[in-house]
Write a protein that binds this ligand. Structure first.
Ligand SMILES: [Zn+2]
Length: 365
């Protein structure tokens, strides 16, 4: 692990990478939280980076509840503050550039960072003047400035929350409004036991997304069973699956998704720390994905809470799951092919990778 969420020393896979599954609000720098708290006059239970790190991150595998509890430690510092929201987006791009990422899709719930025109207002905030729409605008500004400064490409995905079905229609409307301004897709995150039968508003939002040509990914089969993955594909018309580890428990569905070339956004370190998968990496579903030449990517998910970097995930894959340089190249090419950029930009991204990987005249992938 390294300071600032940035690798020090040599990366496990020291070539350009693509990251598709990372939460902006789970990728904030500890220094920034402390700094913003000071400026806003918010008292935190910790005042140093090591103390605050141990409050905000997990040092051993736990439960998803424990994991989600970590957001309570710092979200009230960032939410509702224009400068802070823009800053975390800008710094996020810097971190990714240092990790060797050349294209990233970063996701967040605009509602969880707002303090106005949102019901309920989260994190015990008082009502303010930052609406979900303002949040998207601010994040876009931060990402765009970051792109210019650090010369990589960053796009965003807006998240619905499973326990907040009444936000979902607004999420898809924001995706439509900002589709030519950095937002590339819709996602749904949170408690997988809240399916679309219990919350039909999510289904309606995803129908609207499909109708409007908004790309769709869904957190499914992370902690929840394979039936959530089936619902994501069949009801929500997901084009990618966030995590999807438990898909392999339904051989028929798994085979079908392999045939469809469905993309799985896997997050190895996260999957262990949240209890989604067995803590023994040598039994990880990702090994099956690799053996079956499935279409998947490697991602950090929430590096702040996991106290990790993208290299931690690559290292786990190499050290415990037998990943080779070839497989790292293959999965990054698959990530690029499965990203939500328009075709022309996707082609450019792929060409950048082919060139960096020395595969310009190689059609084996
Ligand atoms: Zn996630």
């Amino acid at each position: 692990m390294a300071e600032n969420g940035v690798n020090s020393g040599t990366a496990t896979f020291d070539k350009p990478k693509v990251e598709l599954h990372v939460h902006l609000d789970g990728a904030i720098r500890i220094e920034t939280i402390l700094d913003v708290a000071k400026r806003r006059g918010i008292t935190l239970p910790a005042t140093t980076v090591p103390e605050m790190t141990s409050l905000c991150s997990m040092d051993k595998p736990g439960t998803l509840t424990e994991f989600l509890g970590k957001f309570n430690q710092y979200m009230h510092v960032i939410a509702g503050d224009r400068e802070a929201i823009k800053r975390i987006a800008y710094e996020f791009v810097e971190t990714k550039a240092k990790e060797g990422v050349i294209y990233v899709e970063v996701r967040y719930s605009p509602h969880l960072l707002a303090n106005c025109r949102v019901e309920p207002i989260h994190w015990n905030q008082k009502e303010g003047d930052v609406t979900p729409d303002d949040v998207v605008h601010l994040v876009n500004e931060g990402l765009k400035e970051g792109e210019k400064a650090f010369r990589i490409k960053a796009r965003s995905i807006l998240c619905c929350m499973r326990h907040m079905p009444n936000w979902s229609m607004e999420v898809v409307e924001l995706c439509k409004k900002y589709r030519n301004d950095g937002v590339v897709a819709i996602d749904i995150a949170g408690d997988e036991s809240l399916n679309c039968e219990t919350c039909p508003l999510h289904r309606e939002a995803y129908e609207e997304a499909e109708k409007s040509g908004i790309h769709r990914t869904v957190h499914a089969g992370e902690v929840g069973p394979s039936s959530v993955v089936r619902e994501a594909v069949e009801v929500l018309k997901a084009e990618r699956i966030g995590h999807g580890y438990h898909t392999i428990e339904d051989e028929v569905l798994y085979k079908q998704l392999l045939e469809q070339n469905m993309h799985f956004e896997t997050c190895p370190v996260s999957s262990i720390m949240t209890g989604a998968c067995d803590p023994d990496f040598t039994k990880h579903p990702l090994i099956r994905f690799k053996e079956d030449k499935a279409n998947y990517s490697l991602n950090t998910d929430d590096p702040l809470i996991l106290n990790s970097t993208l290299d931690s995930d690559y290292q786990a894959a190499k050290q415990y799951m037998g990943f080779t340089e070839e497989e790292f190249m293959r999965l990054n090419i698959n990530a690029a092919k499965s990203c939500f950029l328009p075709e022309k930009e996707k082609k450019d991204l792929l060409n950048q990778l082919y060139e960096a990987y020395g595969m310009i005249n190689d059609t084996s992938f």
